[in-house]
Design a protein around this ligand. Structure first.
Ligand code: SF4
Ligand code: SF4
Length: 167
């Protein structure tokens, strides 16, 4: 299977394919959810094994992960900073999700392409790009947002079009 890994090209293709991607989203909404989850999980496993995230790090340059309360404390401890100072320096409130999130893009903890708080990175980072989860068809807006920044999401979505014989 050919995989597109060039981040610039993926960004350009995301613009070019925008209309088709929204049509595919509408098509998936009427599909068999369980069957689609099965295909996505298989594609995710196959494709993520071929992509080395340590050579990419693009999600850490483009997204601000959400933080559970206990994760704020853990991260603050990990970098030896009082929790209130950590909140002030590294977080902001996300009103849509009613949660704190890291406040900088690229992430303050990204050095070159590596996470410097890897052992206690937030669960939102651990589970990105979330394609192992169930109910893929209920999260398609997020999938489309991530399509332009994550080679795993891009390639899974493109292969899914082929598997579903979508034109
Ligand atoms: S905490 Fe680590 S994994 Fe999460 S966005 Fe920042 S650098 Fe990336
Ligand atoms: S999850 Fe996607 S965007 Fe993040 S490092 Fe891996 S391939 Fe890159």
């Amino acid at each position: 299977m050919f995989l597109e890994l060039d981040l610039e090209k993926i960004k350009r293709l995301a613009e070019r394919n925008e209309e088709k991607n929204w049509r595919f989203r509408a098509f998936l909404k009427f599909g068999d959810e369980r069957k689609i989850d099965r295909i996505v999980h298989g594609l995710y496993q196959e494709i993520s094994e071929e992509i080395d995230c340590t050579q990419c790090g693009n999600c850490c340059r483009e997204l601000r992960p959400l933080l559970a309360k206990k994760e704020v404390k853990l991260l603050a401890n990990f970098i030896n900073m009082p929790e209130d100072k950590f909140r002030e320096h590294y977080t902001e409130f996300n009103h849509d999700e009613n949660k704190l999130r890291l406040n900088k893009i690229p992430c303050s903890f990204l050095k070159e392409k590596k996470c410097t708080v890897y052992e206690c990175r937030p669960s939102d980072c651990r589970s990105f790009p979330h394609l192992h989860k169930r109910d893929f068809t209920t999260r398609l807006i997020n999938v489309l947002q991530n399509y332009s920044i994550c080679p795993i999401v891009f390639n899974v979505y493109e292969q899914l079009k082929s598997e579903m014989r979508f034109r």
